[in-house]
Write a protein that binds this ligand. Sequence first.
Ligand code: NAD
Length: 395
Amino acid sequence: MIIKPKVRGFVCVTAHPEGCAAHVQEWIDYVKAKGPIARGPKKVLVIGSSTGYGLASRIGAAFGSGAGTLGVFFERPSEEGRPATPGWYNTLAFTQAARAAGLYAKNINGDAFSADIKKQALDLIRADLGQVDLVVYSLASPRRTHPTTGVVHKSVLKPVGTSYTNKTVDTDKGIVSTVTIEPANEQEIADTTAVMGGEDWELWMNALSEAKLLAPGAQSVAYSYIGPEVTWAIYKNGTIGLAKNDLERAGKNIDSLLKLNGGGRAFISVNKALVTQASSAIPVVPLYISILYKIMKARGTHEGCMEQIQRLFATQMYGGQTPKFDESGRVRIDDWEMRPEIQQAVREIWPRVTTENLASETDIAGYRTEFLKLFGFGLAGVNYEAETEPHRPML
Ligand code: NAD
């Protein structure tokens, strides 16, 4: 079939297999061009490995330091006549490239929150890798079925305490409007923490530790976001921010666990705001990202997921480097985003953006290009007019 983008609000319901493969190849090429990372990870478990920061972590480990990788993700497989979700095609492309390079790469598609998928992952590590020396926890999910209670928790993106009114953009239609979001109730706050907090990361790490599948000195990292004041009500101080506080709490427990395991460590890396499937669902944030991209591109400091993770591995975690922690014990690869002159420029542009000047005041064009790339559209060298087979079984 000929696959075209079908954008519905903040998702695209189609994905292009060759386009996703070309996107993955761009990231692989970037990592290879940067050269090998000395003393990098060798056996890596990535939880949430099929898109965004998790995919970048997997590519960075495999092609930056020759790591074997086990990827866990939750994607809709392709069917006859129906495309898969992009992470499926990304994973196929990654797996093909990794194996062609002689690297171990296996995949588990299923609910990482469940006991069954954890068991499958542990069994594979035991059988194939022996132990892992890096665990990347990069899940972004709207819901979690709790493995012991069976309760389905749904995360919400809401402010806490009082309602929040600010500008937002419909990235598809290019309309800037004002949105008011009512505060979350106690149940919604608890549910969001159950989904995006740290309990599941701890369950993974405790299970790996008890099964003796963590190599001495193994590290683990999970990703968070802080951002500028203009987004704090909906992010840092909102339901997702409280969940991230819980992720940090879990990170400290896991750090203690790993320290006892041959001097390893666990920490949170605070990453840059980027267009991913997860971030496009947050009100207000896409407008901020459109402004941020404009400013950072103009200054030559713009990075995507792959550049961010390559920098994290090469300058903080490996290559003879050690993490440089902030006052709260977090690594900050959002440092370029948070530079005072960048944030000052955002503050200047923010109040004057309207539907009419959106194209000139922001990089909405770049936002849309990046968004479509997530689904494999708009990549150079891909013939989008050609027939392609959407049904691609996993390797
Ligand atoms: P993403 O949507 O691109 O990726 C999410 C991944 O989680 C995918 O691989 C998906 O398959 C997997 N997943 C979701 N539910 C799952 C489940 N139940 N079982 C197994 N896998 C599941 O998201 P992202 O933006 O890369 O986010 C990853 C992490 O990075 C999150 O913790 C997010 O908060 C953080 N982060 C994102 C940004 C940003 O701007 N995008 C910035 C800083 C930090």
